[in-house]
Design a protein. Structure first.
Length: 268
């Protein structure tokens, strides 16, 4: 929302001379989507969007619609100016950036502070952007780097506690939506114990999404613990695909019901 449209177009214009491409870039960049749009979803949710994250509350000279694929590309074009400054002017050896999150590594604390001040000045002067001083972290790497949903330490990668709590909360909610079985092993015949297949597929997708995120960190113990202690009634319908608990599938008995099979064979 802070991206300046004219600065973005000027950056593109310096590199591209084809008049048709420049016309198209101009059309996309300077289009004002708040003048012609269709609102979908729960209207109450729109009121929960912070003003600084909405095109309805920024000057017309700022911001690109997040839903446009070109916006993601243009944002990287815009911040390429910043990347070049960090690598070519500051000559930072260890530098990472993902969208508007970036990371600098150095053995010299004073050097990091100097880089921060020079970056702050560059962003204000050249790109009309400002650092978020509330989200800056200056610490040693042994404490872990909070980066893109993970805590990256020298010898391991961990998951943010907030994400683990969110996963546990989802598992609890899913268990509350399922009927109660006395045996806990699908002993009750369908349809007495028969949640809609659409619900089970949604639950499976959400859980596998969390576990897909977990699989990129050192989380075997966590994944196993959640399965053994928090799945509860979900264990009647889901099962791990392997002993590493990397993802789940519907149990055979549930899957057979979905496809109209009996005794492992297709019904005729």
């Amino acid at each position: 929302m802070s991206l300046n449209k004219q600065i973005l177009f000027d950056v593109i214009e310096r590199q591209i001379k084809n008049p048709e491409l420049l016309w198209l870039a101009n059309l996309i960049i300077f289009h004002d989507p708040v003048t012609d749009f269709t609102r979908k979803g729960d209207p109450l949710l729109f009121g929960r969007i912070p003003p600084h994250k909405s095109l309805f509350h920024v000057p017309k000279s700022q911001g690109l619609p997040i839903g446009n694929l070109t916006s993601q590309f243009f944002a990287n074009v815009y911040l390429n100016e910043f990347d070049r400054f960090v690598k070519h002017d500051l000559k930072v050896e260890y530098y990472l950036r993902y969208v508007d999150d970036f990371l600098l590594l150095s053995n010299d604390k004073a050097q990091l502070l100097d880089w921060r001040n020079r970056i702050d000045a560059f962003l204000k002067e050249r790109l009309q952007l400002e650092l978020n001083h509330k989200k800056q972290i200056l610490q040693t790497t042994d404490k872990g780097i909070d980066w893109l949903g993970y805590i990256v330490k020298p010898n391991c990668v961990l998951i943010r506690r907030r994400i683990v709590r969110s996963c546990k909360r989802k598992l609890h909610e899913f268990n509350d939506t399922l009927p109660k079985a006395e045996s806990g092993q699908l002993a009750l015949p369908f349809p007495e114990y028969d949640p809609p297949m659409e619900l089970l597929q949604k639950i499976l997708a959400v859980i596998n999404s969390y576990y897909g995120h977990f699989s990129h960190a050192d989380t075997y113990t966590l994944r196993k613990h959640l399965w053994e202690n928090h799945f509860q009634k979900l264990r009647d319908f889901l099962e791990p695909k392997n002993g590493h608990f990397t993802c789940f599938s519907l149990k055979r008995k549930v899957s057979d019901r979905k496809y109209g099979r009996t005794s492992g064979k297709r019904a005729t």
